[in-house]
Design a protein around this ligand. Structure first.
Ligand SMILES: Nc1nc2c(ncn2[C@@H]2O[C@H](COP(=O)(O)OP(=O)(O)OP(=O)(O)O)[C@@H](O)[C@H]2O)c(=O)[nH]1
Ligand SMILES: [Mg+2]
Length: 386
């Protein structure tokens, strides 16, 4: 729904965007809230801005005290190729999953809320290094901050994908509804949207647009007018898929984010679980649901491939010119990646000095290609530079 903000509120948000320090941002966001009209179209926006204010206030407080805060303890440094957050209500078996798939040794217990801080483990699958992060259990109200919910949600927002865990021995519908309610409130999308928008700042210049997607209900001029209203001057508007003017406005407030997700229906070793699994399969469409048991290991060997498919990961094996064997560790990219992306992920200079590449993939044997050539899973690339 379009927020239909009055000009005064739009230009106030432009001031928020331009503010350089935390104190100013908090003050301006509060001013924004005081002039933002309250109606159905702005309800989610208002919740979001309030959340941003409380998170900034906490950051400010922490700076003043100069001490380690819960936020620092929650900090998870990304490692490996892909970061996956493991999310679910309490006692569903998140720690048991980390223990079964990774090198981590989390405490497993039937006492609720055993895991209170993120736990990290490395999971290797066919050349891909996944970093699994068990998050403290979500509870009702997490999206409003209950049980460190804001910090948990911010790790989810920053992750590359999600594993949602359900305890199949308990009512799966209630669990599903509880989880998806918190995601909706936090504007985290777990099903692939038709399209989405990223607003990328440029050091200078004008508003430009690209990315391969298309606008469905407006023109580039409309997008430019909207962004100018909000005080954006030099940005690149990246369109992915089919995008509406509402999606563009959403991106202005940095709201919706899509996280590729798979669902693990755990504890399938318990007899009553089968019936619950059937209800879950009926309720949840459009997501991969894998029945597993972390206790017996059943189904866990499907997790790696399901993540590859949900995140649309591809593995590219590079080899220096003149050699025969490619590197054993592939470069991990997303579907749609090009030879240029491969070069960039090896070294910026290799991209800048690029001349051509040779590709081996299925029946293609040493084909000479340029920067825009789309790479496929399992292909071998040899890059020639100046
Ligand atoms: N029968 C059965 N029990 C399981 C399975 N997976 C986990 N459990 C049990 O469920 C309880 C909770 O497991 P945890 O792995 O600690 O669950 P968690 O989601 O990490 O829980 P919190 O961190 O406390 O939110 C423990 O008693 C586990 O032994 C399973 O596949 N089958
Ligand atoms: Mg745990």
């Amino acid at each position: 729904m379009v927020t239909n903000l009055p000009d005064k509120a739009k230009s106030k948000w432009a001031e928020v965007v331009a503010a350089r320090n935390i104190e100013d941002k908090i003050r301006l966001m509060k001013e924004f809230l005081s002039i933002c009209p309250k109606h159905k179209g702005t309800a989610k926006l208002i919740i979001n801005v309030k959340r941003k204010i409380s998170s900034l206030e906490e950051e400010l407080e922490a700076k003043k005290r100069g001490r380690k805060t819960a936020k620092d303890l929650f900090a998870v440094e990304k490692a490996g190729d892909v970061q996956i957050a493991v999310v679910g209500l309490t006692n569903v078996g998140k720690s048991s999953l980390l223990s079964a798939l990774t090198n981590a040794k989390p405490l497993i217990s039937d006492i609720p809320y055993t895991t209170t801080l993120p736990i990290v483990g490395a999971f290797h699958y066919e050349g891909i290094d996944f970093q699994l992060v068990e998050l403290p259990a979500l509870m009702e109200g997490a999206s409003e901050g209950k049980g460190c919910g804001l910090k948990t949600m911010s790790i989810i927002r920053n992750a590359d994908g999600l594993i949602l865990m359900i305890d199949s021995s308990k009512n799966p519908i209630e669990q599903w509804q509880a989880l998806t309610k918190e995601f909706e409130n936090s504007r985290i999308l777990i099903k692939k949207p038709k399209g989405h928008v990223e607003i990328i700042r440029k050091p200078a210049g004008v508003i430009t647009m690209g990315g391969g997607g298309k606008l469905i209900d407006c023109s580039f001029e409309d997008v430019k007018a909207l962004l100018t209203d909000y005080g954006f001057k030099s940005v690149f508007v990246k369109l992915i898929g089919e995008v509406s003017i509402d999606d563009v406005e959403d991106a202005v407030f940095g709201m919706s984010t899509y996280k590729p997700t798979i669902v693990l229906a755990n504890k399938m070793d318990i007899p009553s679980s089968q019936e619950n699994l059937n209800s879950l399969l009926q309720l949840v469409v459009g997501l991969k649901i894998i029945p597993v048991s972390c206790l017996t290991g059943m189904g866990l060997n499907s997790v790696g491939n399901a993540l590859v498919e949900a995140l649309e990961l591809i593995r590219v094996y590079t080899k220096p010119p003149g050699t025969v064997k490619p590197d054993s560790k592939p470069i991990v990219l997303r579907r749609g990646a090009t030879v240029g992306d491969v070069a960039k992920s090896i070294h910026k200079e290799l991209f800048e000095r690029f001349r051509y590449a040779r590709i081996w993939s299925g029946s293609i044997k040493g084909l000479r290609v340029g920067l825009n050539y789309l790479v496929e899973d399992g292909c071998i690339v040899e890059i020639h530079s100046r």
